[in-house]
Design a protein around this ligand. Structure first.
Ligand code: F0G
Length: 461
């Protein structure tokens, strides 16, 4: 076995598996798997700063990549096995305007723009790692279920690398057009399942279990290894100082799972001296984690979380036919596959979970766009969560906070336009059914006659 291997996360099992096996759950006990390392055999630098030297080497793809620049911390492939398309060139922006809105001290709020990835979302951090593993095991076809971004990401990696064909399963009717257009453009075989994301994920897992198709959803432990790099880049942006809080929207809980693992490993390796707190922000219409953690007191329990409680929760959800429902379609997920790993992250990071309404999400999204590079609705949950946690007083004005903005503003232009346009039809179709009745940060276009005089008058000149 090499210095990297797969390992069951359940402490009563902890079974190890070779890197070459294609697994999305422990064959022995069905728990989730980690990629784990025998760190004694990995040449990890003695200080995180040493990774910075690779910045200057733009012509070596594995150094240029904002994921593989940190490859000793994600050391399952050899350099020549890595499939990269230049992901992870993302920015940590200090945003004092929003710091003021949130009642944080100037210089305390940072936005991590993962929308700057090649396919426009954080998914590329994980997809480079999953594609690398798919290539290592000789996969010819890859697949995923998606609310949109995973499919865009998988499609771009399959298209650019030319290594495998890909098929994406999307729920019908819910996917934002920017994302659907990407999957189609990049050449993915696209199946619109007559159901929602939870249905699509269940179906793709069934199909991949019986056919030689490599599954790239975040139950794939290799994907999460790549997503750890988002945290490395936040630390890098802060000159390797650990922030007080990380806020991230929670959907399938892959990011939150990866972030906790990243910090746990960095602490174990002595590369950081403390771990930031993590806030996972659900949409109110897709709040399984919030309900289980806050209302039912579900916790990690040293790896033995109450699986019966989770089963009962899902059983009731099915009986009542409760479906996820939020304008933030990226996180419209009621059965997060990484639930248990997210519990581990909450434990590692002394984390909290909150839910925010669609009104709060779309307003936060508009405020981010008005003062930063912009993001899609789900990402707005990070700022909406921050406002809530500031109001509670859990986050202090002097705390240093990093909000992860997971997807690009142009992913869901329909919603953005519906928010800004003062159009009763668009409002009635898109916003009002979700309880969004106000658009306080709208920047509506002014309709003006086709004449210089009318334009000058409209400009108040
Ligand atoms: N933000 C965006 C923009 C997303 O696309 C997703 C997930 C999340 C947040 C939630 O992240 O699953 O790690 O908790 N999108 C998936 C998809 C489910 O299919 O594109 P998570």
């Amino acid at each position: 076995m090499s210095s990297a291997f797969q390992q069951c996360i359940h402490p009563d099992c902890s079974q190890k598996y070779d890197l070459g096996q294609i697994l999305t759950a422990c064959p022995a006990c069905q728990s989730l798997l980690d990629v784990a390392y025998d760190w004694d055999q990995v040449p990890v630098p003695s200080h995180l700063k040493e990774f910075e030297a690779r910045w200057t080497d733009r012509r070596t793809p594995v150094n240029f990549s904002g994921v593989w620049r940190f490859r000793e911390l994600i050391s399952f492939p050899r350099d020549e096995q890595i499939v990269t398309i230049g992901e992870g060139q993302t920015i940590l922006q200090q945003n004092d305007q929003l710091a003021k809105v949130a009642g944080l001290n100037s210089g305390s709020l940072f936005l991590q723009y993962e929308g700057l990835n090649p396919s426009g979302s954080f998914k590329d951090n994980g997809m480079t790692a999953a594609s690398t593993h798919a290539s290592m095991v000789g996969a010819k076809m890859t697949a995923c279920a998606s609310t949109g971004n995973t499919s865009a990401s998988l499609a771009i990696y399959a298209g650019v690398s030319g290594l495998f064909q890909c098929v994406v399963f999307v729920g019908s009717g819910r996917i934002a057009y920017g994302k659907l257009s990407q999957a189609l453009d990049y050449g993915a075989r696209t199946l619109q399942i007559l159901g929602d994301f939870d249905d699509a994920l269940a179906r793709v897992r069934e199909v991949c279990a019986e056919h030689p198709i490599y599954l790239c959803n975040s139950v794939n432990p290799f994907r999460l290894e790549g997503q750890k790099s988002i945290m490395y880049r936040i630390l890098e942006g802060l000159s390797w100082e650990v922030p007080d809080w990380i806020l991230v929207p929670g959907g399938n809980l892959g990011n939150s799972s990866a972030f906790g693992k990243a910090f746990l490993e960095l602490k174990q390796l002595g590369l950081i001296d403390r771990i930031p707190r993590l806030a996972i922000i659900n949409a109110e219409g897709a709040d399984t984690l919030d309900s289980l953690v806050n209302a039912e007191s579900l916790n990690w329990n040293e790896g033995r979380s109450d699986s019966e409680m989770i089963r009962d929760f899902y059983r009731l959800m099915d009986e009542e036919d409760r479906r996820a429902n939020t304008l933030a379609s990226a996180i419209e997920i009621n059965r997060p596959v990484n639930l248990v790993k997210a519990l581990r992250s909450l434990n590692v990071c002394d984390g909290v979970v909150r839910s925010v309404s669609d009104q709060e999400i779309v307003d936060a999204r508009a405020r981010i766009a008005a003062s930063g590079f912009g993001c899609e609705p789900a990402s707005g949950a990070s700022l909406a969560g921050l406002l809530q946690l500031r109001e509670e007083g859990l986050i202090a004005p002097s705390d240093r906070v990093a909000c992860v903005l997971t997807g690009h503003q142009l992913k869901d232009p329909d919603l953005t336009v519906a928010y800004h346009m003062d159009d009763p039809k668009k409002r009635a179709e898109k916003l009002q059914p979700a309880g969004v009745n106000e658009t306080p940060f709208a920047n509506s276009p002014v309709v003006v006659e086709n004449s210089k005089a009318a334009i000058v008058a409209a400009l108040g000149l």
